[in-house]
Design a protein around this ligand. Structure first.
Ligand SMILES: CC(C)(COP(=O)([O-])OP(=O)([O-])OC[C@H]1O[C@@H](n2cnc3c(N)ncnc32)[C@H](O)[C@@H]1OP(=O)([O-])[O-])[C@@H](O)C(=O)NCCC(=O)NCCSC(=O)C[C@@](C)(O)CC(=O)[O-]
Ligand SMILES: NC(=O)C1=CN([C@@H]2O[C@H](COP(=O)(O)OP(=O)(O)OC[C@H]3O[C@@H](n4cnc5c(N)ncnc54)[C@H](OP(=O)(O)O)[C@@H]3O)[C@@H](O)[C@H]2O)C=CC1
Length: 427
């Protein structure tokens, strides 16, 4: 374990990555093997890491796998997913294959509208302030559009105002939302700049004091929707379908279950968001907040059976992703993944991402309602456990296969198997 003497390293941020790593080695008393692992992990991309984040010393690679079998709006698409978790990608492949007979995933979107909030304080007449701001909509449009002329040229820019008076522990506040079409950008920087430019003007017009000026990640005007139909024979019959529906009703009624159910959906969503260099935290925050919009935390997805008894899945979520800005344009892996996806607009990307989320949910529900999650998940996880106990080369498959045949994917058993294999090899 490292025993850092002091975390104060003066001028650390001014060093280059190699200099920072040396300083960390010294302060944390880090062994040479760990240092060379950190150097090797960033080989070829340390400059990029240093540009993307502060105080970079290395970089960490996450596997990228391809979800096959996906048909979205009639187009077959190969979907890169960045995830460290086994069985996530296999589950999407499996679920997507099972809804191909009905044409795969059908999507729609609300358009790329993001909102920034400006908090107005100190007015004794917050409702009056609300209307005073509405009266200035044309001035507001001009101010916002001067901030980002390129966005306007691309067909985006200011669209509307939404102004609410909210009750808080310190009394009412007027909250101004500026609604902006951010086209193919996620849009955080664009709307934040507009909000900051607008705030002094709002103070001037209303006499209120502005405080926070920042986008909301509850991007409920930028939703992507998907539906798909799984034929009964692809599910495993009526009992499996009904058990999957019961599993969904459980999640929709109980936040303890909803958290896990929704985590499963985000397994797929975050993996595509990350693979395309988008902001996973922004999408996750928006999705979980949207799942609570009725005042309680519910399932993000909806499931029902159609007139023919097939299972219908629906997912509708805020999807603030872009093709420009953030790491999307800078990160070569994100760029290559976008080429695999073949998308030319942020809207198309959002549609594919929700389709993957729905597929992921189908896979988990079907596994849970039938064999249980461990069979599929742990079978694929067995290789990780083999690696964890130190298996290398051929040993990895040998240990994993024996764990799978025992039906018990446990570290202690993996250690025993590995020790036995090595004893046999040395005998
Ligand atoms: C693991 C499976 C897919 C096996 O499922 P299976 O039905 O045994 O698979 P199969 O061997 O019959 O193959 C069917 C298809 O699945 C795909 N497939 C099958 N295996 C692979 C593989 N190795 N790599 C890539 N694709 C694979 C592949 O498309 C294949 O078709 P093919 O191409 O062969 O014609 C299934 O058991 C499953 O979907 N399990 C669910 C796994 C899951 O949800 N994992 C997430 C991690 S657990 C979690 O974090 C969330 C959770 C579960 O708690 C959420 C919740 O509670 O709701
Ligand atoms: N709460 C949150 O979620 C927050 C997130 N962030 C971060 O913000 C980043 C995303 O910000 P974002 O505003 O998207 O990125 P950028 O500001 O980097 O890129 C957007 C800009 O790119 C230009 N642009 C070029 N082509 C296009 C096009 N086709 N469509 C739209 N715009 C185009 C626009 O004008 P121009 O170049 O003239 O500006 C636009 O404003 C992410 O890294 C995210 O992590 C930041 C703050 C808060």
């Amino acid at each position: 374990m490292s025993d850092v003497t002091s975390s104060r390293i003066e001028g650390f941020h001014k060093l280059d990555p190699a200099g920072r790593l040396q300083a960390v080695q010294r302060q944390a008393n880090l062994d040479n093997k760990s240092v060379s692992d950190l150097v090797e992990a960033a080989s070829g991309n340390i400059e990029l890491a240093d540009r993307l984040v502060e105080n970079a010393i290395s970089s960490m690679s996450i596997p990228v796998g391809i979800a096959t079998n996906m048909t979205v709006d009639g187009r077959d698409v190969l979907v890169p997913m960045a995830s460290e978790e086994s069985s996530v990608i296999a589950a999407v492949c499996n679920s997507a294959k099972r809804c191909r007979p009905t044409g795969g995933f059908k999507t729609s979107t609300s358009g790329p509208l993001m909102a920034a909030q400006i908090q107005l304080l100190g007015a004794s007449d917050p409702e009056n302030v609300r209307l005073q701001v509405f009266e200035r909509i044309d001035d507001i449009r001009t101010i916002c559009e001067e901030i980002d002329p390129l966005l306007v040229k691309l067909g985006g820019g200011f669209r509307d105002l939404d102004i609410r008076v909210i009750d808080t522990a310190e009394g009412p506040m007027t909250i101004v939302h500026i609604i902006v079409d951010t086209r193919d950008a996620m849009g955080a920087n664009a709307v934040n700049s507009m909000a900051e430019a607008l705030a002094p003007k709002l103070e001037e017009w209303t006499g209120a004091r502005s405080l926070l000026r920042i986008l909301t990640n509850l991007a409920d005007r930028r939703v992507a929707r998907v539906r798909a139909v799984w034929p009964l024979e692809e599910i495993g019959g009526e009992k499996v379908r009904d058990d999957m529906l019961s599993a969904y009703h459980f999640a929709d009624a109980d936040p303890y279950r909803a958290a896990t159910h929704n985590k499963g959906i985000m397994n797929g969503i975050s993996a595509v968001v990350l693979a395309t260099g988008n902001d996973t935290r922004a999408v996750e925050a928006g999705a979980h907040a949207f799942a609570s919009k009725d005042g309680r935390y519910r399932s993000m997805s909806r499931w029902e059976k159609d007139g023919d008894g097939n299972l219908v899945g629906i997912l509708e979520l805020p999807m603030a992703v872009g093709l420009v800005g953030g790491a999307t344009k800078i990160h070569p892996t994100a760029q290559a993944n976008l080429k695999i996806l073949g998308v030319t607009t942020a809207d198309e990307l959002a549609r594919i991402i929700v389709a993957v989320g729905l597929a992921q949910n189908f896979g988990a529900l079907r596994a849970l309602a039938t064999t249980g999650i461990q069979k599929g998940h742990m079978a694929l996880h067995a290789q990780n456990v083999a690696l964890m106990v130190g298996a290398t080369g051929e040993e990895i498959d040998l240990v994993a296969n024996e764990l799978k045949s025992l039906g018990k994917v446990r570290q202690d058993l993996a250690e025993e198997i590995l020790a036995r294999l090595r004893q046999g090899a040395n005998a």
